[in-house]
Design a protein around this ligand. Structure first.
Ligand SMILES: [Cu+2]
Length: 773
């Protein structure tokens, strides 16, 4: 336990644990009115919720409710009206902060189909819903009183804005210009989107959609994707991430590609090891790791859990050929860096197993740089039905659920920890409610996580073993044990790609202990919670903004903070939150819009160089008892024993991370730099170097960023234009924009719906009043 001698260096006594400490707890928050199959945070105070059309006893305008808006502070929901059935849609933010929702299911009535009198796929008279398979719904999110302001209503019209074809369970991911790539999906429903034997892998007799298209419609016809045929049956909600080059990393079935959407060119990457399925309905947790300065914003995708079965056992549209609930899900985790900056061949890398097997777990990127996995079950898969191929109607042991053994306790993954020690469940509570199929979770602007939904049932069922669930909970990550959290000021409302830095001021009351140490152990994060459904948070992404600091003698710390790196593919334009995280304790998130708020190529400029850091040895914080340090342990008893020492722990962690990243040599250099900086107790701006990289061989050797896990971050890492200029046209260079302007998919929208210019003229009078013609 080599931490112990360093822990002893702590300056202040360990505070007593707070009797009311929230860290790790999951508390019941309230009733969402609809079952939260889909959720996203709009601006600062609201969560927007969508459900499938079903026999919800709550009504609006004479029909069953299937949308609501949740007020985060008051923990209450209000009904909202939507016209078309968004059942298993995709969703994505837009550059101006709006959100769009793509596709869904046909109109349905009782029983989830069209068997009631007068019902058809375009309209059901009982539930009064319209078909939503091609629908595009848009909402300009609002704070304040939603229902008294028509500008805050959903745009959703059964014969209004539409995709080119029907998509149920499509994938969505933005380009760097804010347009949204929409991929695949079912054309009509079922367990998986294929027949078996699979004689028509692309179209499955009309049940699956192998094409992709772009929103807003730019006049380019949808195109067939070869990957959809190759992965037939296990490719709905394909796991899709935009890479720095402008290509999309896509994983489905057990195949993996890089996809040039402009030119419809696929580059094969290795198969998923052991053929573990991560897409729906295996539904493994997946996320892009937080993009950090010390990793030069290298993009790595993490997959955890899911389900393995023989290909034939996945069955077909009707049902699986086995009983999924009788088999364990996977605990396996794999990482992939699709575009390695060193030009090496991408490969899957075995990661630490989760503490437990989990299907339908989902990752939430927390503002301390760690990753929560929450929800799901130990056995089975997503999806539901009245039967399987080997279990008859009426014999299903868990109602209509294909999964069981809910995993009520979350787990936290630390991407910067050494292999073998990345997972922890220490100190984490349990959910009151099973969160199986059609559950959801999303990060809130106070750093807590809203958990809601679960409904593995065809229609509303409040009495079955895994019922339709309306109760939401809040999970409080371990940093909620802190008695004080940073209160930054000066965060701008918009963030550009490159350009002038800005200053964020943190008062001495925001932290305790040495100001220099607090400044050294601060990260400034830009994060996007995403749009959640089906154990995914579409669009979720987190990026560290480069920063240096000036400590003032009164303990105030001013962080000189870079804009986003000058490549919109790293963090697409749109809504996000900025967090100042000191010693692992984040501030609240401040809402910002990244980019110029417009669809189209984003303005990019060189990143301004940051001033050198200024230290003041005598300065310290005034928060009581080392309170800003308690949460850095993520509930680990090893380091929570002394809160005041956690900056030391963080330094050790940084050293460990540096060893992991660049090997012992890098760590030794890092220590040398650290000592040198500490020796220079008070560095004047004029004498300080702009970048340590110059001193140690420059970016081609050991990059500054490799040792910056605990060294004040300098602009002379790759967010400097220097790197781009010295690595022109290198796809692995995150400042290389690979998508040529003017290529087909990137053409601007042509007279189609433009969310910033107006509304479609084809909107019927069935939508909210503001869209009536
Ligand atoms: Cu679904």
């Amino acid at each position: 336990m080599f931490l112990q001698p360093l822990v002893a260096l702590g300056l202040a006594a360990a505070p007593l644990a707070r009797a009311d400490a929230l860290g790790g707890q999951i508390v019941v928050a309230g009733d969402t009115l609809v079952s939260a199959m889909m959720m996203f945070v709009g601006r600062s105070s609201k969560v927007y919720i969508l459900d499938k059309v079903e026999g919800n006893a709550n009504q609006i305008n004479g029909h069953s409710l299937y949308a609501s808006v949740w007020d985060i502070a008051s923990r209450t929901a209000e009904p909202m009206d939507v016209q078309t059935n968004p059942f298993c849609a995709a969703g994505m933010h837009l550059p101006n902060g709006s959100f769009a929702v793509f596709g869904g299911n046909n109109a349905v009535g009782p029983g989830g189909d069209n068997s009631s009198p007068g019902s058809n796929t375009t309209y059901d008279p009982t539930y009064q819903d319209y078909g939503g398979t091609k629908a595009i719904r848009v909402i300009d999110t609002c704070d304040g009183d939603i229902n008294s302001n028509s500008a805050c209503a959903w745009y959703d019209s059964p014969n209004g804005l539409q995709m080119q074809s029907s998509r149920w369970y499509p994938a969505a991911e933005p380009f760097g210009n804010g347009s949204v790539l929409i991929i695949g999906g079912f054309s009509s429903g079922g367990y998986i989107n294929r027949n078996y034997p699979n004689g028509d892998p692309f179209y499955s007799g009309g049940g699956s959609n192998p094409t992709y298209e772009v929103y807003p419609n730019n006049g380019v016809a949808q195109r067939v994707m070869n990957f959809m045929g190759k992965t037939s049956g296990l490719n709905s909600y394909a796991l899709t991430y935009l890479m720095s080059s402008g290509k999309f990393f896509i994983q489905a079935n057990y195949s993996t590609i890089l996809f040039d959407a402009d030119n419809n060119i696929e580059t094969n990457l290795p198969d998923m090891p052991n053929q573990i399925i991560r897409v729906y309905p295996a539904s493994g947790a997946n996320a892009m790791l937080p993009l950090t300065v010390d990793k030069n914003y290298q993009q790595t995708i993490l997959f955890c859990g899911g389900f393995y079965m023989q290909d034939g056992d996945w069955g077909n549209f009707d049902s699986p050929r086995i009983n999924p609930w009788e088999q364990r899900a996977s605990a396996d985790c794999q990482r992939m860096t699709p575009e390695p900056s060193d030009g090496s061949t991408p490969t899957y890398v075995q990661d630490d197993d989760m503490p437990n097997p989990r299907t339908m777990g989902q990752f939430i990127l927390l503002p301390d740089g760690k990753m929560l996995v929450v929800n799901g079950g130990r056995n089975g898969t997503a999806g539901y039905g009245t039967h399987t191929n080997i279990t008859a109607v009426g014999q299903m042991p868990y109602g209509e659920s294909y999964a069981t053994e809910p995993q009520l306790q979350p787990a936290i993954y630390d991407p910067s920890a050494t292999a073998g020690s990345r997972w922890s469940q220490a100190g984490l509570g349990t959910s009151t409610f099973p969160r199986l199929y059609h559950s959801s979770a999303i990060l809130l602007p106070d750093g807590s996580v809203m958990i809601a939904g679960s409904n593995p049932n065809i229609d509303v069922n409040l009495t079955t073993i895994y019922p339709t669930t309306y109760k939401a909970e809040y999970f409080y990550p371990p940093y909620f044990n802190a008695t004080t959290r940073p209160v930054p000021s000066g965060i701008p409302s918009t963030i550009s790609y490159g350009g002038s830095y800005f200053d964020i001021t943190v008062p001495a009351s925001s932290y305790s202990g040495s100001a220099n140490d607090a400044a050294d152990n601060t990260k400034i994060w830009l994060s996007r919670p995403g749009w959640t459904t089906h154990a995914m948070n579409m669009g979720q992404r987190m990026l560290q903004l480069n920063s240096t600091y000036s400590v003032q003698s009164n303990g105030t710390i001013v962080f000189h903070t870079s804009q986003a790196p000058p490549n919109a593919n790293l963090f697409q334009p749109g809504p996000a939150y900025i967090w100042v995280t000191i010693n692992g304790i984040p501030s609240n998130g401040t809402y910002v819009v990244v980019g110029n708020g417009q669809m189209g190529t984003q303005p990019v400029s060189n990143a301004a160089q940051l001033p050198a850091s200024v230290r003041v040895d005598s300065a310290s914080g005034t928060a009581s008892g080392g309170s800003t340090s308690t949460g850095s342990s993520s509930g680990s008893s090893a380091t929570s024993s002394s809160s005041s020492s956690s900056h030391t722990g963080a330094i050790v962690g940084g050293v460990v991370a540096a060893i992991a990243a660049v090997g012992v040599l890098g760590a030794v250099f890092g220590i040398c730099i650290s000592r040198r900086r500490r020796a220079a107790a008070s560095v004047s701006q004029s004498s300080a170097p702009y970048g340590m990289a110059d001193k140690i061989g420059g970016p081609r050797g050991l990059r500054t960023s490799d040792s910056s896990a605990f060294v004040p971050l300098q602009q002379h890492n790759a967010s400097n234009e220097y790197y781009a200029q010295s690595h022109p046209g290198v796809p692995g260079n995150p400042y290389y924009a690979g998508s040529a302007p003017g290529s087909p998919m990137m053409r601007p929208a042509q007279g189609a719906f433009d969310p910033y210019e107006g509304r479609p003229s084809t909107s019927s009078n069935l939508g909210p009043a503001r869209y009536h013609n």
